[in-house]
Design a protein around this ligand. Sequence first.
Ligand SMILES: Cc1cc2nc3c(=O)[nH]c(=O)nc-3n(C[C@H](O)[C@H](O)[C@H](O)COP(=O)(O)OP(=O)(O)OC[C@H]3O[C@@H](n4cnc5c(N)ncnc54)[C@H](O)[C@@H]3O)c2cc1C
Length: 354
Amino acid sequence: MEWDYFIVGQGLAGSILSYNLIRNDLKVLVFDDPALPKSSTVAAGIYNPFTGRKMVMTWMAEQLFPYLLKFYKDMEAELGIRLLYNIPMYRPFLSLEEHNEWSIRLYEDSYSQFIERILSPQEALIQVVNPMGGMMLKMSGYVDIGALIRGVTDFLEQRKAFCSERFSYHKLQILKDHVQYNGHSARKIIFCEGPSMSGNNFFSWLPLNLVKGEILELELQEPLTYIVNRGVFVLPITKSYCRVGSTFDNQDLSWEVTGRAKTQLLHKLDKLIRIPYRVIGHSAGVRPASLDRRPFIGLHPEHEPLGVFNGLGTKGVSLSPYFAQEFFEFLEQGKPLIKHVAISRYFSLYYNKF
Ligand SMILES: Cc1cc2nc3c(=O)[nH]c(=O)nc-3n(C[C@H](O)[C@H](O)[C@H](O)COP(=O)(O)OP(=O)(O)OC[C@H]3O[C@@H](n4cnc5c(N)ncnc54)[C@H](O)[C@@H]3O)c2cc1C
């Protein structure tokens, strides 16, 4: 066979999956249309072991976090570019009860591996609104997703494995054990189109739950050396530049920025930091989330040469390395996928469609 895999889409999902397959000695041809919007280039790229307002531990954090740190470090070494920025994350407390709760959790192994220290009200940080103190987390930071995608495009181009074009679904020929497209053949094709998956009839039955998000760019008048996160995140990129986000909107799914989101972000920001700033940029994107907030991974219920790697939602940076490897082991070694990510959990939706 000419190729082992065709991959459609080179956002974060397609980049990590194709890179991982090639690192495992497989022949991969990637199609990506630069004219389509990418969730990945809007994303802040933050990884954080705790999630949401209640700071619940991120699903599978104990497996995902050690894995992702090594994965991106190895990728940096191979591609020769900086990708991983390990930055502590500060979360101010809102009450003394919260301070006390986390002071106790600090002694539980599952939490302590992610907490650097708890700050009492007396130790509150000057740049942050934190009269009740807060906690400094470790194993947090961000991945420069733009650099990662450019690095993987170069990596693919060096191997003549990249087609900068829109993939036309109607030209795909599906045979029993392979597919053909524009004169090329591959054992399998894996779709990684992010939010555009709804336009792919082979997988549009999967319940995508798109969520728009907006991010501001700020010029800061003094440097911040940690991420601040409470209601909104403030992510320092350089000494004078940071990103602030994000909003969550599942009604307006356009890729346009809105004044409403800007006002909402600035309102939360002013209650969080004490550093003077100036807004210098604003962007919007759509997250490819799933109904149950778990990725979509697996092969089509009827056409075995077709697969999908999508539904990374708000956590593409932390989910994609670990699950790209799990998908490889499923595809090439027959290891079952865990039921939470396998698309077989939604096969009833496919069969009910007909
Ligand atoms: C505002 C915002 C903030 C975020 N912050 C974070 C964060 O801090 N941390 C985090 O982990 N995640 C974050 N995310 C989520 C993250 O962006 C996603 O999880 C991830 O980027 C999804 O990647 P993807 O490759 O699935 O989709 P995309 O990045 O959208 O890529 C899909 C690709 O498929 C291509 N494509 C689609 N159809 C075709 C076709 N027919 N032919 C050719 N190419 C095609 C598109 O051109 C695109 O390049 C954020 C998202 C948003 C919107």
